[in-house]
Design a binder for this molecule. Sequence first.
Ligand SMILES: [Cu+2]
Length: 184
Amino acid sequence: MRIRVGAVMLGLLVFAAVTGAALAGTGGSAPQAAITVKSLGNETFVRSGGFYKGALATLRWSRLTITVKSGDSVTFEHADKTQDPHTVTIATTKAQLPTDFDEAAPPTCKPCAVAAKHGGGNGPPKHWVLNAGKPGLDTLGDSIALAPKGPHKTATVVVSAPAGTTLYYVCAIHPWMQGEIKVT
Ligand SMILES: [Cu+2]
């Protein structure tokens, strides 16, 4: 697997310390989360034979599709075996999701370009939450960063998109980690 990441994403990959401000724009004080989506799996590299060394990554979200009511909150949790951070970066159409690594780094997919704005260089993200539109998850420009440990291991966010819409999300670091939020 050719993993080419931009400087910002590389920074997200290598940070170890967990610092930063408390989550902002996530719907206020501790709403009761009905649904938790966890990152699962690991990065396991296997030889596929011959001169080519293929790679298989089992990192994934625990749920592909969730259905929530507008205004409900969802908790995203780093629960996989890696020390990689993740992003939950909103796309408003399925077509905005990357279909290969090259689309994600350098970012040509719209949500991937959004996730680059978490910033932080080689340290922790400068911004753990990016918000556009209403506070919460509702449109392109919304993104959350998750850390492997510490206070940003989980993030609980309100789904503020109106009933009848479908949101998608992608981890800009592992662009095959994608999911769907149906809002009723
Ligand atoms: Cu990830």
